[in-house]
Structure formats: structure tokens, C-alpha cells
Design a protein around this ligand. Sequence first.
Ligand code: BV8
Length: 241
Amino acid sequence: MRETRRWFVLTGAGISAESGVPTFRGSGGLWEGTRPELLASPEGFRADPARVWRWYRWRRGIVAGAEPNAGHRALARLEDHAPSFVLATQNVDDLHERAGSRDVIHLHGRLFGTRCSRSCGMPVQEEIAADVPLCGCGAPLRPDVVWFGEGLPVEAFQDAVAAAEECDACLIVGTSAIVHPAAGLPSVASRAGALLVEVNPEPTALSGICDLALRGGAATELPRLLEMAGISSEPTGPGRV
Ligand code: BV8
């Protein structure tokens, strides 16, 4: 761990769990009795855009009231320390950035982003508080996230694949490793000969290819990992929160 120069980190909803942000598939992951997979889809949005907006506004409220936890902060410390560090997240929250991480690759978009559902290209005015806000072109606005059946942002995914191919160690934090193509990134790193470390209280589909599993919460295990690697988990750069 101490000698690792190039890190690639993939995070999922679990890293934000200890900040009070519900995971997708954990207990309490339902919304109005509906599975997230049905809400996080173009079909779900077409069927009931107001319900999908209610779900995203509820999540925006939770994230806005949440604070980054020691797991988010430990990754920002690791980025300060490592000669090469790339963080790709499946999360749409902004807790990595608020913990001090830079250049975060958002594979599934951003919760606080809004775009035209018809991709008309018109600038999105300040979002009005209608049940279903409309674009200037008349089409409904939608959260700027990647739904099931939609392609990931091409450049973001390509950057993540390149980082996985070049890393010496791949840290997999708080993901059930069910959703592809993001869940395939650690296998790219493994095939390139990287050390794979999983941080998750539960085993996942990736556990079988990991060299090390830290079976606990990210807010405990990531600071511990840094201690084991002799990296201070205290703030280093000026102005780091
Ligand atoms: C695509 C929207 C093609 C934003 C999300 C088979 C192979 C390949 C693909 C597929 C396939 N079958 C179906 C597919 C397609 C599908 C897919 O993977 N489906 C799954 C369900 C099988 N994939 C897609 O549709 C993707 N697109 O393939 O497009 C294409 C290509 C070109 C052109 C057109 C189309 C799009 C995927 C993105 C979907 N959008 N979200 C939002 O609202 O958030 S995915 C959704 O799941 C979230 O983004 C979430 O991040 C993501 C993954 O979930 P996790 O982050 O892992 O969260 P989860 O709750 O599952 O697990 C939490 C984990 O944390 C658990 O393991 C738990 O133990 C752990 N944990 C709990 N507490 C802690 C903790 N860990 C650490 N510390 C703790 N304290």
C-alpha cells in the first residue's frame, strides 16, 4: 500500500450511507413503494415525471442537509498523498467534492444538475418549482443523471477505463457491483495486474477477484486503511475542510 503510486478508486452509494444518504438497494431504498430502478429510467419518467421529480427533490434535500463523512475525507487525503489518483463515482451526490476531492469522474451524472429531456440545447433557466419544470422549448426538464438503459457520458467512462488500465491499486468502496458498465471497471484493473481492495460491510460480486476486503463501513475502514499505509488522514493542503 505504501509503495502504491497510481490509485484508481470506484465508489458507490455505500460511501455516502454514513452521511445519512440512503443507498439504492439497502433497506429503506424504496420510494412510495416503488423500486429505484423503475424511477431511475426514461420509462419511469415518461410514465410519471412528477413522481420522479418528487424522488429527486427528496434526494436533493437529503444531500443538501448531509455532510461528507470520514470516508469521503480519507479519499481526499489519499488524493493529496498519491502521485497519481483517479476517483470515479457512481454516486450523483456532491459529497466527494465537498470533502475536498478534485476532478471527480461522475459516471452516472449529478443530482443537482438539470437538463432538457429533449436535449434541445437551450440553456436551462433557473429551475422553477413546478411539479414538472419545463424547458424553454416546452419539453419537461429532467435531472442531469444517467438512467437505466441510457449510455454513460462517453468521455467520463473512457477516462475511468484508462485509469483502471493504468493503476497499481484499485479501491472499490460501497458498491454492490451490480450496475454495469461501472461495475466492470475493477475487472479492467485486475486484468491489468492491479491490487484490488474492497471496502464494504457485505461481500459483493467483485469480492472473488479482490486481494483484500475490509468488511466494515467506509467512514471507519478508509481512515484505517490510510493509517495502515502510513498516510495521515488529517488535512494537509491549506483550506481543506
Ligand atoms: C447501459 C441513476 C447501455 C442516477 C443509476 C448486464 C450487463 C451489462 C449491463 C446490463 C446488464 N443487464 C442490464 C444492464 C443494463 C443496466 C444494468 O447494469 N442493470 C443492472 C440493474 C443489472 N445498466 C444500464 O442501464 C447502464 N447503461 O448499460 O447503457 C447503453 C449504451 C449506449 C447507449 C445506450 C445504452 C446505466 C446504468 C446507470 C443507471 N443509473 N442511477 C441516480 O438516480 O442515482 S444506477 C444506480 O445504481 C445508482 O447510480 C447507484 O450508484 C448505482 C449502483 O448502486 P450502488 O452504488 O452499488 O449502490 P447499492 O445500493 O446497490 O449498494 C450499496 C453498497 O454499499 C452495498 O454493497 C452495501 O453493502 C454497501 N454499504 C452500505 N453501507 C456502507 C456500504 N459500504 C461502505 N460503507 C458503508 N457504510
